[in-house]
Design a protein around this ligand. Structure first.
Ligand code: SF4
Length: 319
């Protein structure tokens, strides 16, 4: 499989206000030297606890924030794009947000919401606009009558369908879906996940799917990257990750997924909270919560170890 997005040595620091009169600048190191490839046509899941840097990575890949490093998209470094090249990149890559309630303008009809990106990108021919809108609204399970209505007239699931339609109207190659079902009722989540799977096949999309829900990711994704405190700690085919997880953090996440076959004793409970990225632990960032931590884990950052051609882990137990 060809690579569509190639992330190299990506770091992101956020300046924070210290709240004191001191002139000392403080930073959060939200992404710690990330290296990751996203293959053409795959759905790559990005999982981890809230605050681990998943959304920051999603925004970085789309150049919605300004990280340091390299993000090659189809061979060009996105972080260096300007003007028309950046506009072209924006057309090819889109984002779906978590909250379909706040991501749609309440004053615009669905027709106007879908027309706007086309006009911004220079498509003015009315027949073309109408034919694209007709095509995408039907693909996302809505109908032409819905185009006259406003976002508040729809349920949460339908609004997320509209948000997906808006993301796809420019025929992008790449989507970043940031927790796209976590604000929805469980019964609706499955419908949106099935829709995304169908659209990915039909439109040959590549998707970075960000989620804290391993049950969803297991069903949807081809490969999964596990993130902890700004680091990718494990990367694998979805099936291998669930059957044979290596990193202690991945073990804990998987053991927390509810299952009728699971006993209470199978669950690995993580002690403590996610440490602050302002002051991350030295060495392995997971060492303060890891049941297998050794002295060396506090002293040195583990290397990435190759388990197989498609399975990598960052932990001294495998070095
Ligand atoms: Fe645990 Fe050490 Fe592995 Fe980190 S490197 S996950 S602390 S065993």
């Amino acid at each position: 499989m060809q690579t569509l997005v190639d992330i190299k040595n990506l770091n992101m620091y956020y300046r924070i206000l210290s709240g004191s009169w001191s002139s000392k600048k403080e930073y959060i190191h939200a992404l710690n030297n990330i290296n990751l490839e996203i293959k053409k046509g795959e759905i790559l899941g990005l999982v981890g606890e809230s605050g681990c840097g998943k959304s920051t990575l999603g925004k970085a890949v789309l150049k919605l924030i300004e990280p340091q490093g390299i993000i090659n998209f189809d061979g060009r470094n996105v972080l260096e794009l300007k003007n028309q090249e950046l506009k072209d990149f924006r057309k090819k890559s889109q984002m779906i947000f978590q909250n379909p309630y706040s991501s749609l303008d309440p004053r615009m009809t669905i027709y106007k919401i879908l027309r706007e990106p086309l006009v911004v990108h220079g498509i003015r021919d009315k027949n073309e606009i109408n034919s694209r809108i007709h095509e995408i609204i039907n693909l996302t399970g809505l109908n032409d009558e819905d185009l006259k209505r406003y976002p508040h007239e729809f349920s949460g699931g339908q609004r997320q369908r509209i948000a997906i339609a808006r993301a796809l109207i420019l025929k992008p190659d790449f989507l970043v879906a940031d927790e796209p079902v976590s604000a929805l009722d469980v019964s609706i989540q499955a419908q949106i996940i099935t829709l995304l799977k169908h659209l990915k096949e039909k439109l040959n999309l590549t998707i970075l799917f960000i989620s804290h829900d391993l049950g969803v990711v297991k069903y949807l994704c081809d490969r999964i990257a596990v993130m902890y405190l700004g680091d990718i700690v494990e990367l694998s085919d979805a099936q291998a990750l669930f059957e044979n997880p290596k990193h202690p953090y991945t073990h804990a996440l998987i053991s927390a997924v509810p299952s009728i076959h699971k006993k209470e004793s199978d669950t690995i409970k993580l002690e403590g909270e996610l440490p602050s990225p302002k002051n991350p632990p030295s060495g392995c960032r997971f060492n303060t919560r890891c049941p297998y931590a050794q002295e060396v884990c506090k002293q040195k950052e583990p290397e990435i170890t190759k388990i197989s051609d498609s399975h990598y882990v960052r932990c001294v137990l495998y070095e």
